[in-house]
Every structure is written in C-alpha cells, then in structure tokens.
Design a binder for this molecule. Sequence first.
Ligand code: FES
Length: 178
Amino acid sequence: MDTNAEILVDKRTIDEIISKNEGKPGKLLTAMEEIQEANEYKFLDPQSMDYLSSRTKVPLSQIYSVATFYSFFNLKPQGKHTIIVCRGTACHTKGSKVLLDDLDALPGCKEAFEAGETCFTTEDRQITVKTVACFGQCALAPVVAVDGIIYSNVTSEKIMKLLQNLREDKKDENIKLC
Ligand code: FES
C-alpha cells in the first residue's frame, strides 16, 4: 500500500451507499458491507467509518460493535487471496493445527498466530490467512476455504499445493474436493 488514498473509500461513494440504503431495514449493516466491498483492500478503514458515523449520526462505538460482531467485516487490509483454516473441534481433531503450521511457509504467519492474532496478511498483500470457529462442514474435516471455495479432508500436501497455486495465481480444479 503506497498512499492513504489507496486505502480509503471516497466520500462520494459513501454518500451514494448511504442514500441508496436510506429507509431500508438493516441499512447500517448493508452500508458497511458495501463500503468494505468498495475498499480496494476489502476492509473498513477508520476514516470511512468516521465519515459513515458523521453522515448517519450513528455513534462510532455502535459501528465498531457491529464491525467486530460479524466475522465477515475486516478491520485490517486484506490480501488479494484468502485462506481460511477451520479451528473448530472436529477440524482440530483431524489436524487443522498442522495445516496452520504448514502456512509457516508465509514469513511472519506463524508469529502472528502465536501472538494470538486470528488474521495475517503477507507484506505484499497477496495472501491473507484467517481462522474460523466452524464452517458447519464438520464431517469433511479438516476444512479449509480458499477464496470462498471450501476444500475438505485437507492434508499438508493439499494445502501446500493450494498455496502454491495462489502464489502462481492459478486454480487447480483437481484438488477441489467439494
Ligand atoms: S469444526 Fe471445522 S467445519 Fe466444523
């Protein structure tokens, strides 16, 4: 990320989002989703949240409680690709910690999770690694999602192949298991 301008959603876009959702149920949630989507790095940047608060008169504290309650909101810049490793009981039993450890191949990833983070993004902003409590696909454990596609019964070999594909920016349908 080179400049602040790149990480912000411009005010006109936020104004448009607010106007088109005016009067609709769940307008705050929808506006936040759309603002996050409009951000190049798919996160809710502080300046945009300040502006949203001032325009809607919704206290900033309330906006942040919503942002932290729903896991699909990001408060940090996200990478181009996302790997989500399930850390629920079923996946843990089937070795999801090993899969997370395999992602040590990304410099700084291991340290971030050891420090208690639940989200790590590479410096080049190509890959974000996250954990989730359960995908609801426990019978297929261990489960990993890559760019929104769920992969089941993932092994170390498979996760390394998925990682390699992301680095090479290609998809390998042969390892898509469900
Ligand atoms: S614990 Fe991983 S999908 Fe449920």
